[in-house]
Design a protein around this ligand. Structure first.
Ligand code: SF4
Length: 456
């Protein structure tokens, strides 16, 4: 059997906001995981439209497409194309799970929720010509997961080929998060065993690792044994965590000793009432500055994420967030406009309140305000969002933020990391064009290592 896995390009990966490097970071691990269930006699290919032009002239036996909200229209276009050629198409992913009836108009079959536990059955049914319209499994475990087919990943197309995910979902349920609907009907947080995680790490060449888990500290027992097992491996790694999970100092210390160098943290807002409103009260705004200080003391850099457009927000929030992040010496930020993803509790609430402005999924990209806000127009929110980015990443702000560091070496590392990410677009463009992103990995590792003293 010939099977083709496709990751269609997100809409925001084109047009005025397109930054090639942002969409050349991580390979499509979800699809490589599903490829692990194939027989050795099967032929498989993975195409990621963010990094390569799709070959649509081929004729595989089966096409499987992963669909996100802002890639939905493109995914449907590709699916329709293959179905016109008589090729069976299966759609799955976040958007398909949120809106199965919409997806079914473009697919022979759909998979709802996480696909791992049901994928063998889907393949069996396809081989025996008894494919069902919908598949769903409420069995949620990663035990016995076959090895991820990393041989199908074109490593040189990605800046972070050594990305991995050792858990699924998240122990929390913030009302704007798409996880809430994706994992409905079964466990919403489950993990690899420590041995599974360590064996996967062993297969990855080089030093740098990026854990794509929503919260690498989400299962403290697993995290502790994993980080203990990684000590002495000489790895440098990046990941994501919640503010609350970082209260565990023992865990943080072992994470730092195992090579943790930067964390993505969803601060979301500086207003506690906004967090409570969105069921993210596990974040405590009064703990933010303490957590930042501890991380920086360990030499761990921070990518702070903020959401604009919460009901409590007013036009002052954009400048306030950008300034606060710079004052804290935060290295990078990611700003988002609150987006009611279909299927989430937030979407249902806004729809009931008749606050959804339209259902053009291409604009559900966290760069557009697609809902009515109590005091701000969509234009105010979108302009404020763009200005926050401009303000945080201007050189004066980067230098001011780096100046918050106690050591010169830490300040230099901050400037190199932030400047490298946001200020050398043409260099990234050339490396991507030449398919030489691997050349940027050693400098990244050097910057991440910093002074390696732990206390910076
Ligand atoms: S903590 Fe993060 S990943 Fe978890 S539900 Fe909230 S937003 Fe989603």
């Amino acid at each position: 059997m010939k099977i083709k896995f496709i990751l269609p390009a997100l809409t925001e990966a084109q047009g005025q906001f397109w930054r090639p490097i942002k969409y050349s970071l991580f390979p499509p691990l979800g699809l490589a995981t599903l490829a692990g269930y194939l027989k050795s006699s099967d032929e498989a290919v993975i195409q990621d439209e963010h990094v390569e032009r799709l070959d649509l002239n081929d004729c595989p036996d089966l096409v499987a497409i992963q669909v996100y909200v802002t890639s939905a229209y493109r995914a449907y276009e590709i699916a329709d194309h293959y179905r016109r050629k008589g090729i069976t198409v299966i759609l799955g992913g976040l958007h398909v799970t949120a809106l199965p009836n919409e997806a079914l108009q473009h697919a022979d079959s759909i998979v709802l929720g996480p696909a791992e536990e049901i994928w063998s059955e889907v393949l069996y049914d396809f081989r025996h010509n008894i494919l069902k319209k919908r598949y769903f499994s409420n069995v949620r475990t990663l035990k016995g997961l076959p090895p991820v087919r990393r041989d199908l990943i074109k490593r040189k197309y990605y800046f972070v080929p050594n990305s991995l995910v050792i858990s699924r979902g998240c122990p929390h349920s913030c009302d704007f998060c798409y996880k809430t609907s994706f994992f409905r009907g079964g466990k919403s947080f489950y993990t690899y065993t420590t041995d599974q995680a360590l064996s996967e790490i062993d297969t990855l060449k080089g030093k740098h690792l990026f854990f794509l888990d929503d919260n690498i500290f989400g299962n403290p027992g697993l995290a502790f044994s994993l980080f203990s097992g990684m000590k002495g491996m000489g790895r440098v790694w990046q990941g994501a965590a919640t503010v609350t999970s970082l209260q565990n100092r023992k865990l943080l210390q072992i994470a730092a000793e195992s090579g943790l160098k930067s964390l993505f943290i969803g601060f979301e807002t500086l207003k506690q009432e906004g967090l409570v409103r969105h069921n993210k009260q596990h974040n405590r705004t009064d703990e933010y500055e303490k957590v930042i200080k501890i991380l920086h003391d360990y030499g761990i850099m921070i990518n702070a994420s903020f959401v604009f457009g919460l009901d409590q927000d007013d036009p002052s929030v954009f400048k306030a967030a950008a300034e606060w992040a710079a004052e804290q010496g935060i290295e990078t930020v990611t700003f988002h406009i609150l987006t009611p993803y279909p299927g989430t509790p937030l979407y249902k609430r806004f729809e009931k309140q008749k606050r959804i402005l339209h259902k053009d999924w291409d604009l559900y990209d966290t760069r557009h305000a697609v809902f009515r806000h109590p005091v701000m127009s969509s234009e105010t929110i979108e302009t404020g969002y763009r200005n926050a980015y401009r303000d945080f990443y201007k050189w004066t702000s980067i230098l001011k933020s780096a100046g918050e560091k106690e050591k010169i070496l830490s300040a230099c590392r901050h400037i190199a990391y932030t400047g490298g990410w946001k200020k050398i677009e043409s260099v990234w463009g050339i490396l991507i064009k030449l398919k030489k992103l691997n050349l940027a990995i050693p400098p990244l590792e050097r910057v991440l290592r910093g002074d390696e003293s732990g206390k910076t």
